[in-house]
Design a protein around this ligand. Structure first.
Ligand SMILES: CC(C)(COP(=O)(O)OP(=O)(O)OC[C@H]1O[C@@H](n2cnc3c(N)ncnc32)[C@H](O)[C@@H]1OP(=O)(O)O)[C@@H](O)C(=O)NCCC(=O)NCCS
Length: 325
């Protein structure tokens, strides 16, 4: 078998490889719709550039490498997605694509390649270890079964949280944050890499501002995604914020993204409160919703405790790897 690698010519092939691999490695997560996946080519998130390469076995495309180069921060890092079709593994395609990743990283002056694996199958971890990568951060994917929500439990949690959050008000919105809140959202999102555990990964806070938040949201909408967001305010200042995002092609599924409380406002159960409010908000708009998935660092005991109280349950373990070049 002859192994080779080259630039991606036909985006459709990338989708086929990514979808087949995801179906094998994480069958319970509905994979992005084709439309959603392909639209990222013309509507990428702001402040990053992408490169895509294919891996071939005897001329047949069986592997995909997506490289994401941050442009405003984390300039030493490249984020990689490296996938080989299940039926064509252990024949050197992964290694060939890793060589491409290392070459392209060097061309962009990057010193670290970061990528994630799920522990459900041994392949990802075994490959990362063989490649000389180091585990940087252990993560847990948890799922909330929205069809089995317990309204009494949630109402009890909410009443308890509200006792600690006197004076704060809640606001929810769809998509781009309102003008009076967007700077607050940028400030909180920008804190995330500093505030959430990042283990041994080389990771610096992202340089966020209102324009980057707005452009990110508008690009997401053009890809067929939408976000549901809730903030807690003290006066006119945003003290906590959370968001859930959905692929409009998948009415039954959603992703819980960032939840963050400004350090000066911690201890008021605002993390729980904004999440409960946002759950109601998204559920009200998307009655067919069945499951919400979320990732947390395994050492993020506070967030895991909040999620567990709401009904999220751990599904699988993930590792964020880092290969230093
Ligand atoms: C990880 C992945 C890309 C590897 O692709 P691949 O084409 O099978 O990789 P290679 O054939 O080049 O394997 C290179 C080495 O990794 C190790 N390896 C890979 N899979 C392994 C497994 N299941 N068990 C033991 N070792 C394994 C071996 O040392 C192998 O060399 P060898 O076959 O000469 O012993 C593929 O399994 C995959 O797509 N997994 C799911 C996605 C994923 O986890 N990607 C992130 C990787 S950081």
């Amino acid at each position: 078998m002859r192994v080779s690698a080259g630039p991606l010519q036909t985006p459709e092939i990338a989708y086929d490889i990514a979808a087949a691999t995801a179906h094998h490695d994480c069958p319970d997560i509905p994979f992005q719709s084709r439309e959603n996946y392909l639209k990222i080519l013309d509507n990428p998130p702001p402040a990053v550039t992408f490169e895509r390469h294919l891996g071939y076995l005897d001329g047949e495309p069986v592997g995909l490498l997506v490289l994401e180069f941050p442009q405003l921060d984390n300039l030493d890092v490249v984020w990689a997605e490296l996938l080989v079709l299940p039926g064509h593994r252990r024949q050197g395609v992964g290694r060939a694509l890793l060589d491409v990743a290392a070459e392209r990283a060097a061309a962009h002056n990057r010193k670290h390649i970061q990528a994630s694996t799920v522990d459900r199958h041994p392949d990802g971890r075994a490959f990362a270890e063989a490649a000389g990568a180091k585990p940087g951060l252990a993560e847990i994917r948890s799922r909330l079964d929205v069809t089995a929500l317990d309204p009494t439990l949630l109402a009890g949690l909410r009443a308890e949280a509200e006792k600690h959050a006197a004076g704060y008000t809640l606001r929810s919105w769809l998509g781009v944050p309102p003008d009076d809140l967007i700077d607050g959202v940028a400030y909180l999102e920008g804190r995330l890499n500093a505030d959430a555990p990042s283990g041994d990964l080389t990771l610096e806070p992202e340089k966020m501002d209102a324009a980057r938040i707005r452009d990110g949201e508008l690009a997401r909408q053009k890809r067929g995604r939408l976000s549901y967001q809730t903030g807690a305010l003290l006066g006119d200042r945003l003290a906590a914020w959370t968001w859930i995002n959905v692929d409009l092609g998948h009415p039954s599924h959603a992703w819980q993204s960032t939840t963050i409380v400004d350090p000066g406002h911690r201890g008021h159960r605002l993390g729980l409160l904004v999440k409960l409010e946002n759950l109601d908000f998204v559920h009200g708009h998307r009655p067919a919703l069945e499951a919400i998935d979320t990732f947390n660092a395994a050492e993020n005991t506070y967030m895991l405790k909040v999620n567990r109280a709401m009904g999220f349950r751990a599904v699988d373990d993930w590792i964020e790897w880092q290969k230093d070049l």
